[in-house]
Ligand binder design. Structure first.
Ligand SMILES: [Zn+2]
Length: 365
């Protein structure tokens, strides 16, 4: 199926058509916002089980005073969630996590312990973040795929994955990303011990796994279509977030559910103003959620095939090619996919029960 360069010819006929996905997603989001204003805005609805603050991550996170996590605990939670979902994802994550230690070793662990019981402070702004400077040079390298620092709760300002053999970015959202000369991705991460750190550590690992899958398929990060990296990372993030929401420890489940709801509600609310698939977050985060929600109902083989396709393991793919491997190719099935992505985010039920999509088993020339 794949040629020497890792190109999978099976779906080359599927063109990138973001509108087929974005338009129905937008329509459903608008409906959800309109149809349940009180729930979104927290305005006095008896159905709302939490106060309005719960629906804005910026307001809610400072109030997440629940369960805190150590770096080691975070690593093992992420690993077991990814292993349970797909053994190949688990293998890649295990390898990446093998070097995930604080860069200053025992001092990092001491800082972590000291920060552990501090209240969340998301208000303090540090304008002199050394990581956001044109002069910052990446020091992590050799065998380590990480540059991790312990910071007090709410003080994380650095979460990024630098692809293997990547140059310094000159402009755009990642203008301060330094070059990474290593032949593997490097994750730079300020771990603050909150649920946000655990979930976003999974996100960055998703980027690193995609870098690895892509390299194994003979491509570099430059071959990955610009709209793909965030969707790739969000798949890993959603796998882990959902495992945490369903964790047997009720404190973990509770804080993860609050974090998920705040993040997703915010994405749905921001979608109408932010529909660009490359520059904005809502479409990638919601597409990743739709894909995860679908895949978790599928067998292990399907999860593996579609994850591999999304993460570049079959060579460069656009999102429509990936969705086609999951059975979403016709405008109708894409509409259905987009609508259920929004429902997974809001927790609202669709108005009418739609039939599940048929798995794709027709062969393409
Ligand atoms: Zn990302």
């Amino acid at each position: 199926m794949a040629d020497a360069k890792g190109n999978n010819s099976k779906f080359t006929g599927v063109a990138y058509s973001p509108d087929a996905l974005v338009a129905p997603m937008l329509a459903e989001a608008k409906k959800a916002i309109r149809g349940d204003d009180s729930r979104f805005l927290g305005g006095g609805s008896q159905r709302a089980s939490a106060s309005s603050e719960d629906f804005s991550i910026k307001k809610t996170l400072p109030q997440i005073s629940g369960r805190r996590f150590t770096l080691e605990e975070s690593k093992s939670l992420i690993l077991s969630a990814l292993e349970d979902f797909d053994e190949n994802l688990g293998k890649a994550a295990k390898d990446i996590l093998a070097t995930a230690q604080y860069k200053n070793g025992a001092d990092g662990l001491k800082s972590e312990a000291a920060f552990r019981n501090l209240a969340y402070d998301g208000t303090q702004k540090n304008t002199e973040n050394p990581y956001l400077s044109k002069d910052y040079k990446l020091e992590a390298g050799g065998v380590s795929q990480w540059n991790i620092e312990a910071v007090p709760p709410g003080q994380c300002r650095l979460m990024r994955c630098l692809p293997a053999k990547s140059e310094q970015k000159q402009q755009g959202e990642n203008a301060y990303d330094p070059a990474n000369k290593n032949d593997h991705a490097v994750i730079e991460f300020q771990f603050d011990g909150t649920i946000h750190s655990v979930v976003y550590m999974a996100h960055e690992i998703g980027h690193a796994i995609a870098d690895r899958y892509g390299q194994n398929a003979g491509m570099t990060h430059r071959d990955n279509p610009a709209h793909m990296p965030e969707i790739q990372a969000y798949l890993a993030q959603h796998i882990v977030a959902d495992a945490l929401k369903n964790h047997r420890d009720p404190e973990i489940a509770d804080v993860a559910a609050k974090h998920f709801r705040a993040t997703m509600m915010e994405s749905v609310k921001e979608l109408p103003e932010n529909t660009d698939m490359v520059k904005d977050r809502p479409v990638p985060i919601l597409t990743g959620l739709g894909l995860y929600s679908h895949l978790k109902t599928q067998d292990a083989e399907t999860r593996q095939t579609v994850s591999e396709s999304l993460l570049g393991g079959q060579g460069p793919k656009n999102i429509n090619e990936v969705l086609a491997t999951a059975g979403f190719e016709s405008p109708q099935s894409l509409r259905q996919f987009a609508q259920s992505a929004i429902h997974s985010a809001t927790g609202q039920q669709p108005e009418t029960k739609a039939a599940p999509p048929k798995p794709q088993n027709t062969s393409h020339p």
